[in-house]
Design a protein around this ligand. Structure first.
Ligand code: 5GP
Ligand code: MG
Length: 226
């Protein structure tokens, strides 16, 4: 009888220990799942904070201001090396390139001239074959080294149209620098001599680029969310 009683007590202690252990395990699991859920909520919260809405479309963060700055530094250094003592004419393509041109010029330390043309080919979020020359060339480019500064090259239609009008000017050389480039969408033969960042064939806004007039003032780049 005594044996039975002792065995009962030992078994009871073992069961209590087991229960304690299970209880602790459950508590740890509960705390871990709480930490997990909280981080998911935080992630969702921060992501929803960074999304932007322009007209009827949402855009997600894509390229940071820091990455853009580094890409411009890379282009500036490559151009500077290639130019040597040559004094170039930089040709900005409005409207989209205004921010790129401004930051580019601040980083470019050598002597240079600057001019702008204004072209338009985009309708909403699609590229059209028709390029409108809204402001033409008003700079004597005879025998000059011309470097086009584009915000983005997509199909290349705008660039081809610009190249055709510059070819009439008897320039010494013609080069192209584009901050963003969509290789999958590019259909033309013109060499893009300096590329900042290659991106997929998806519509972006910010850093000069707009969606139906909005978004140009954003310091970073956002991608269309579909
Ligand atoms: P492309 O003629 O090469 O198709 O397009 C060139 C012009 O279309 C660019 O200079 C830019 O103004 C506009 N564009 C091309 N891709 C995009 C884009 O993803 N977003 C925005 N906002 N504009 C673009
Ligand atoms: Mg442009």
């Amino acid at each position: 009888m005594k044996d039975c009683g002792q065995r009962y007590l030992v078994q009871r202690e073992l069961t209590i220990d087991k229960l304690d252990f299970l209880h602790q395990k459950l508590q740890i699991q509960f705390e871990l799942s709480n930490v997990y859920l909280n981080s998911v909520y935080l992630l969702l919260f921060f992501n929803s904070q960074k999304m932007i809405q322009l007209h009827d479309k949402s855009f997600a963060p894509f390229i940071s201001a820091k990455e853009i700055d580094l890409a411009i530094t890379k282009i500036v250094q490559q151009i500077k090396t290639d130019l040597g003592d040559e004094i170039p004419v930089f040709l900005g393509v409005l409207n989209g390139s205004f921010m790129f041109v401004s930051d580019f010029m601040k980083q470019f330390s050598g002597q240079c001239e600057l001019s702008f043309v204004k072209l338009a080919s985009y309708d909403g979020i699609t590229s059209t074959e028709e390029v409108q020359h809204l402001i033409g060339l008003h700079h004597d480019l005879t025998n000059r080294t011309v470097i086009v500064l584009e915000d983005i090259v997509d199909t290349g239609t705008t660039l081809l149209s610009l190249k055709k009008s510059i070819e009439k000017e008897s320039v010494k050389s013609f080069k192209v620098a584009s901050l963003f480039f969509k290789p999958e969408a590019y259909k033309k033969e013109i060499t893009i001599d300096y590329v900042g960042i290659r991106i997929p064939d998806k519509f972006i806004v910010g850093y000069g680029l707009d969606y139906n007039g909005l978004g140009r003032n954003l310091p970073a780049v956002y991608q269309l969310k579909e």
